[in-house]
Ligand binder design. Structure first.
Ligand code: PMP
Length: 432
């Protein structure tokens, strides 16, 4: 398989304007092919078809270097060890593996999750943990239990596209707050919350990716973490800390999670997708007691229970493999790719600017004055390189002057070649 794939939830697009209610068949216009067009619930109106998805079908060809997707690189995993362990699991505990399980998640796995979280200084009890089908389902559950249409979610500018998709689906109003190289700016957060309070708006959540941000690549500094928590507490806003990349720092120890500094005001989301593999779709939420009960009820109504087969496979991986050693290997692998990416940017695109991530998968590139990453994309794909335009990461149409480049999947040589091709396109556009 080439380094050209793209994870679908990372591929948004502005799509068509939302329909405004039930329409008679004759009025269906461009949607004539769908006889149920007028029947969809209002909450689907914000669900957008991806304009760029068609382009990415082309981008998935092997000759295209995809700097677009957020797929972890799995070749280094000890596949045979994992296969043996899982086979043993089915042989010895098959009737549990194949059975329904607890809505909250397997207790043994929840105990292991508590151990994983200790690496980021979180002191939690297995009862505080709800296992989910990836942290994407956790985002859905949290939004489902907190958001009424029109409620405000404050989120970083830019924000993870998959979270914006969920927020839109529940008809939240996303208000973006600026970030800089030290992450979310506390003063800007405070100002936004004061302004929203003056406007009588109901702010329910602060959504943040504090470590190795998707897409911006920055982390919230240690100093700012308690400041942000204090501001959120003062304004009565729950913090949604989405942290799939926290253990993938390239230097030093992981920063303490915001949840480690505040038990009651933070909902913490974790995931095995980037530190092990996304295929089993296992993530989790840590929540204060009452919230946890609601999350379990919401999850039971959505999926009855998370997959036992997936949970026990992850649990077996954690007990039989050197998962911490594996994370160390991933960190080295991704560090080398980050270096290839920033080195190539400096060489080929010195007129742009970019973040230098200290971990994770992404760098956030600001294009030279006057260039539009979205309109440039077809030309880039023709030139055999793909990226995600910055507009994907804003709820309000901003971000056209940025692009997200991911360095997780392509090899260093492919990254360098991809950036070289990208520079040809950028320079061609700039000459116009
Ligand atoms: N949050 C962030 C910030 C992500 O980057 C991703 C994956 N792209 C997710 C959540 C979802 O991850 P998963 O459902 O695989 O755990």
């Amino acid at each position: 398989m080439g380094d050209v794939s793209l994870d679908d939830q990372d591929v948004p697009g502005p799509g068509a304007p939302a329909p405004t209610g039930a329409v008679a068949p004759a009025q269906r216009g461009g949607t004539r092919l769908d006889p149920w067009f007028g029947a969809y619930a209002q909450r689907t109106h914000g669900m957008r078809a991806s304009e760029i998805r068609a382009l990415f079908a082309v981008a998935n060809r092997p000759e295209v270097v995809s700097l677009a997707g957020g797929m972890p690189y799995l070749e280094g995993l000890p596949l045979e060890v994992i296969a043996d362990a899982i086979q043993r699991l089915v042989t010895t505990r098959g009737t549990t593996v194949l059975q329904y399980g607890s809505g909250q998640g397997d207790e043994g796995l929840r105990e292991q999750i508590v151990e994983v979280m200790r690496l980021e200084s979180i002191d939690a009890h297995p009862d505080d943990v709800v296992v989910t089908t990836g942290s994407q389902q956790a985002l859905d559950l949290v939004t489902r239990i907190f958001i009424d249409p029109g409620d405000v979610i404050v989120a970083e500018a830019p924000s993870y596209v998959g979270a914006l998709g969920v927020f839109r689906a529940y008809q939240a109003d996303v208000v973006h707050v600026p970030i800089d190289e030290h992450g979310l700016v506390p003063e800007a957060l405070d100002e936004a919350l004061v302004r929203l309070a003056q406007q009588g708006r109901r702010v329910k959540l602060l959504y943040t990716v504090p470590n190795f941000h998707n897409p911006a690549g920055v982390s919230i500094s240690l100093e700012r973490r308690p400041q942000i928590l204090e501001i959120a507490r003062r304004h009565g806003v729950l913090v949604l800390e989405d942290n799939p990349y926290g253990l993938l720092g390239f230097d030093g120890e992981p920063l303490p999670a915001m949840r480690s500094m505040d038990d009651d005001g933070v909902l913490y989301l974790g995931s095995f997708s980037k530190t092990f593999a996304p295929g089993y779709r296992v993530g989790w939420v840590v929540a204060p007691h009452a919230v946890r009960e609601k999350l379990v009820l919401a999850s039971e109504s959505a999926i009855l229970c998370p997959s036992n087969a997936s949970q026990l496979a992850i649990s077996t991986y954690l007990t039989t493999c050197d998962w911490q050693g594996q994370i160390k290997d991933f960190r080295e692998l991704y560090r080398e790719r980050r270096d290839a990416m920033v080195g190539a940017l400096a060489k080929y695109l010195p007129q742009a600017s970019w973040t230098v991530p200290a971990g994770g998968f992404y760098t956030w590139v600001k294009l030279p004055e006057g260039l539009d990453a979205q309109s440039m994309l077809p030309r880039a794909v023709t030139n055999r390189v793909a990226y995600v335009p910055g507009t994907a990461f804003y709820a309000d149409g901003a971000g056209a002057d940025h692009m997200r480049l991911s360095f997780c999947f392509p090899t260093p040589e492919r990254i360098r070649e991809g950036v070289r091709r990208l520079a040809t396109v950028v320079n061609g556009e700039a000459d116009l």
